[in-house]
Design a protein around this ligand. Structure first.
Ligand SMILES: [Cu+2]
Length: 170
């Protein structure tokens, strides 16, 4: 079969692009642990603000050193506004929204998920580099979208002070 030179060029380059896409999916999922949150749990958005864990969204330090973080993503803030978690430990984020869809992105990490009213978004990750990370809403959620952010602080010793002490020693 005679295929024109330009036709062959476009066929090979289209095939090459697809191969690059597939390779990058395999690389990011295997080497960088980028995976979509797979947890499915429903919650009534009308009562989310008074639901267990979300009535007082905060960091709970578990006995094994890991931590669970409850976050309320709402117009136009993440509660709590500052999160302190231990370095190098599994950190499980649980979040929901009482109003509209929000995004939850921990800049420069693999933490990135959608927060959908009616569902509890959950994922677990680890932070090996101490420091301050910016959390932003990356789904347009209304007029105050641009002021919707929060701070994640990763440190070696998380002191249990203020709202962080509630789940100590469980
Ligand atoms: Cu938002």
């Amino acid at each position: 079969m005679n295929v024109d030179l330009y036709e062959r060029f476009w066929m090979w380059s289209s095939g090459g692009i697809i191969a690059v896409f597939i390779a990058s999916i395999i690389y990011t999922s295997a080497a960088q642990s980028l995976q979509p949150p797979s947890h499915v749990e429903t919650i009534d958005p009308q009562t989310a603000r008074t639901s267990p864990g979300f009535a007082q969204p905060s960091v709970t330090l578990n006995a094994d050193g890991s931590a669970t973080v409850h976050i309320m993503a709402q117009m136009f803030a993440f509660l709590p506004t500052e999160i302190r978690v231990p370095r190098g430990q599994p950190i499980t984020f649980r979040m929901t929204s009482p109003d509209v869809i929000h995004g939850f992105q921990i800049v420069k990490t693999n933490g990135n998920a959608m927060v959908v009213p009616g569902y509890v978004t959950q994922f677990t990750t680890r932070f090996d580099t101490p420091g301050e990370y910016l959390i932003v809403c990356n789904e347009y959620c209304g007029l105050g979208h641009h002021i919707m952010f929060s701070t994640l602080i990763v440190e070696d010793d998380v002191e249990m002070a203020g709202d962080v002490g509630a789940g100590a020693g469980q």
